[in-house]
Design a binder for this molecule. Structure first.
Ligand code: IPE
Ligand code: IPE
Ligand code: MG
Length: 249
């Protein structure tokens, strides 16, 4: 991770820069309910959710947060109606294509985590292009979890490690937490300090199971399309009020 920017834009006075989370993860939940409450199709909620994510990314950058990880599509979300799945895949692809130039200009480094090979080929191509074009950017690291499942990630790490052992490249006694983490999709990124979930659900839904070991959890009833700067500000205030002990006294 690179050094913090020295000039922060509009950081609220009650937030202390040195006590901000380095890495924020979000479970963007409630798009469907947001739309249904307005008598609109669920898909409209997803579209509005993209605007919320763009604004959150900008806010993280302004306030000097080094990494943002957003859960966009879980391995379980394939179980939704085909129309919704297809809409989401097309939406991801279109948004990536439309936003890439601006993200390059703003120095964002984009990363995708998940089982990307199972995504539509045209989406995979946009994903590769966005990661390639932003690889050396110095700004915020923006990770999008797409076809991501925490259990799937752990299983694929085990398989990769087993192959190394089988080939004699690694001894079983050398497998430790550091080695294991190096085989996760998130290798090289610090664990999230703060996990935000919108829409009031009290669960992790298979997100970052390993990485979340010591994350502070913040759950708000706000539905994702309504999660604005002021909601994020409240989440950060809550984070700063926590005492993170990491098992110590
Ligand atoms: C989150 O919103 C977006 C995705 C899972 C892709 P939902 O679509 O889960 O919205 P609700 O939970 O049904 O309201
Ligand atoms: C979690 O939301 C997945 C994403 C936000 C991508 P879901 O709406 O799929 O989670 P559950 O079904 O309520 O647990
Ligand atoms: Mg949901």
């Amino acid at each position: 991770m690179t050094a913090k920017p020295t000039v922060l834009r509009d950081l609220p006075a009650d937030l202390q820069q040195e006590r901000l989370p380095q890495h924020v993860a979000v479970i963007m939940d409630g798009n469907g309910r947001w739309a249904q409450q307005r008598g609109l199709p669920r898909l409209i909620g997803h579209r509005r959710g993209v605007d919320t994510l763009k604004e959150l990314l900008r806010c993280c950058r302004d306030w000097g947060i080094r990494a943002l990880t957003a859960y966009a599509f879980s391995t379980e979300n394939w179980g939704r109606p085909l129309e919704e799945v297809e809409f989401l895949m097309t939406l991801f692809e279109r948004v990536l294509r439309q936003e890439l130039r601006e993200m390059v200009a703003e120095g964002v480094r984009i990363q995708f985590v998940g089982n990307l090979q199972a995504l539509p080929h045209s989406l995979q191509a946009e994903i590769e292009r966005s990661m390639e074009e932003t690889r050396n950017n110095p700004g915020i690291q923006f990770t999008v979890a797409t076809n991501y499942g925490g259990r799937q990630e752990i299983v694929q790490a085990c398989r990769a490690i087993a192959i190394q052992v089988q080939q004699g490249l690694l001894q079983p006694q050398d497998i430790d937490e550091t080695v294991f983490a190096q085989h996760l999709y998130t290798a090289g990124t610090c664990d999230p300090d703060l996990l935000i979930r919108t829409s009031g659900e009290m669960r992790i839904s298979n997100f970052l199971l390993w990485q979340m070991a010591y994350a502070e959890l913040y759950i708000t009833d706000a539905l994702w399309p309504d999660f604005d700067r002021s909601e994020f500000h409240q989440a950060l205030c809550a984070f700063q009020s926590r005492s993170r002990r990491f098992g110590k006294v």
